[in-house]
Design a protein around this ligand. Structure first.
Ligand SMILES: Nc1ncnc2c1ncn2[C@@H]1O[C@H](COP(=O)(O)OP(=O)(O)OP(=O)(O)O)[C@@H](O)[C@H]1O
Ligand SMILES: [Mg+2]
Length: 515
């Protein structure tokens, strides 16, 4: 007799439906799992048998062949355990109404005692189960909130295989868990901008960057507040849309870093990897490719402090994700693409001693040393950083001022307003790579043409800047994108001369440091 149960597998952040077929006869006592299983799936045999016996469920002594279909897709990990045991129990006639299981999907790892352990990627698997037309999904209890985000499918959080058997046999009724948008763990509290004294240009640059999603480079001598400002950026980032939340949660779910009890990530992520990190941990990798920092920062911020200290190979690997908003990792197991649309924030000193260009403090570096230090950051990378500004030393009156600076909450209000304008503007707009556009930084040439038209006076100002600063076409587009964000922050439909002038200011560093 052949019995069927249903499960879901993972490929990157995409789930796919899996049918678990179980064939059992009165022949020899063998137990085989086929259908491209990896070692963890093969080991399910031992877990499944022990879980059944220790739960006092009848486990057949005869031949069992379990096939995970489609057989051409690689199956990895321990998440098929529950579905495998369910199909074996079905073939052993443990369920009194087997038809009731036809619309159900099962995911979860079994312990030897029969309890069910949490797994990674449940959100993506739930999406796949719904797509396959399943009406219910049974997931490990700890993963239930995460799965409940998806509507159109009932989610049951279960602690053991016995609960599943009893539920279907009418011995105990489990209730599906419902999603509540307000029911979340307390959000991360980020430090506040009110603690940053002076530095009005850098504060303003952070606000513009957050509003438009622009990449930002802060450069300056030690102790001026570069790291301090960067670490406060998450406190002013705009609210996430539901789709952005789902996408980011999927990535964190697959990586297994979703805090227990979280249903949906609603705060933009802030990732700040150390400069000793390797390229694979930045962009993703491993035998079964896992998302790297660029993907964990998706829809949020990737902060690289002390940028020149990063290995050049590591920073160079940022080019593809910065350009395309996604990263493709190729391994023997196949090609996996993860989203990686993030705002890059970098901080650095202008030279090894930190004081090159300082008005009073002498720099002790040799000319070649300064050149070498700066050249660690490649032109193509710098080219993708819209805002590059200097954060200079505070003067005494700024430092000793008793007045509190503007709070993050109040800055965030403006940022949210501006971002809403952008979201409305870009409804239906897509990048060449097919990704939806949600903020000004993502505009490509054709969108800039459409949404950044200039009056005659503004064109004349642009022309003068173009000649005086020796701008490239790329630099020209960048200034228009920034000017669009500055206009949105001001609630202005049109880009004005003052917006362009401010945008130009945010790019004044190229000449001083990088040429
Ligand atoms: N603008 C500022 N307002 C208030 N405190 C500041 C400011 N700038 C610096 N500080 C104080 O100095 C400390 C160091 O600042 P921060 O780490 O941001 O400097 P940095 O510019 O990143 O320096 P480095 O180049 O050495 O990394 C902060 O923890 C804070 O106490
Ligand atoms: Mg610092």
């Amino acid at each position: 007799m052949i019995s069927y149960s249903y499960s879901a597998g993972l490929f990157g952040i995409d789930g796919f439906g899996v049918t678990v077929e179980c064939h059992s006869t009165n022949k020899l006592s063998v137990f085989e799992i086929v259908g491209l299983p990896d070692n963890a799936v093969k080991e399910a045999k031992e877990r499944v048998r022990a879980a059944a016996i220790n739960s006092r469920l009848p486990f057949p002594d005869n031949e069992i062949i379990v096939n995970l279909a489609p057989a051409d897709k690689r199956k990895e990990g321990s998440s098929y355990d529950v579905a495998i045991l369910v199909s074996i129990l079905l073939s052993n006639r443990v369920f009194n109404s087997p038809d009731k299981l036809k619309d159900a999907c099962f995911v979860g790892e079994l312990s030897l005692s029969g309890s069910i352990r949490p797994i990674n990627g449940v959100l993506c698997m739930t999406v796949a189960a719904r797509r396959e037309g399943k009406k219910q999904i049974f997931v490990p209890y700890e993963n239930a909130r995460e799965a409940s985000v998806i509507d159109g499918i009932e989610v049951y959080g279960v602690n053991s295989i016995v609960e599943i058997v009893d539920h279907f046999n009418g011995l105990r009724e489990l209730s599906p868990i419902s999603f509540d948008i307000n029911d979340d763990i307390s959000p991360v509290k980020y430090p506040d901008f009110s603690e940053v004294m002076g530095q009005s240009q850098a504060r303003r640059a952070a606000e513009i960057a957050a509003a438009g999603g622009h990449n930002l480079l802060l450069i300056g001598p030690p102790g001026t507040g570069k790291s301090m400002i960067a670490k406060r950026i998450p406190s002013i980032l705009p609210e996430m849309t539901f789709d952005e939340s789902i996408e980011t949660t999927k990535i964190h779910s697959v990586s297994g870093i979703l805090p227990e009890g979280t249903s949906l990530i609603r705060q933009r992520p802030f990732r700040s990897p150390h400069h000793t990190m390797s390229a694979p941990s930045l962009v993703g990798g491993g035998k079964i490719p896992q998302p790297g920092e660029v993907s964990l920062a998706n829809n949020g911020v990737l902060f690289l402090d002390e940028l020149p200290e990063f290995n050049r190979q590591v920073t160079e690997s940022l080019r593809q994700p910065l350009e395309d908003g996604k990263i493709t990792i190729t391994r023997a197991a196949g090609r996996i693409t993860y989203p990686s649309s993030f705002m890059l924030v970098c901080a650095m000193n202008p030279c090894k001693c930190g004081y090159y260009g300082h008005p009073t403090h002498p720099c002790t570096c040799k000319k070649e040393e300064i050149k070498k230090y700066i050249s660690k950051i490649s032109g193509p990378l710098l080219d993708r950083i819209d805002i590059q500004i200097e954060v200079s030393s505070l003067n005494y009156s700024e430092m000793s001022s008793k007045q509190m600076a503007e709070s993050s909450e109040s800055i965030k209000e403006r940022v949210n307003k501006a971002r809403k304008i952008m979201q409305k503007r870009f409804v239906g707009e897509k990048t060449e790579a097919g990704a939806p556009i949600t903020c000004n930084a993502q505009m490509e040439a054709k969108h800039i043409k459409k949404y950044c038209s200039l009056s005659n006076e503004c064109s004349a100002l642009m022309e003068r800047a173009f000649t005086a600063l020796g701008l490239s076409a790329r630099g020209h587009d960048r200034i228009l994108r920034l000017a669009r964000t500055i206009a949105d922050l001001a609630g202005s439909d049109d880009i004005m001369q003052s917006h362009i002038a401010e945008a130009i200011q945010l790019r004044s560093l190229d000449k001083k440091y990088f040429n």
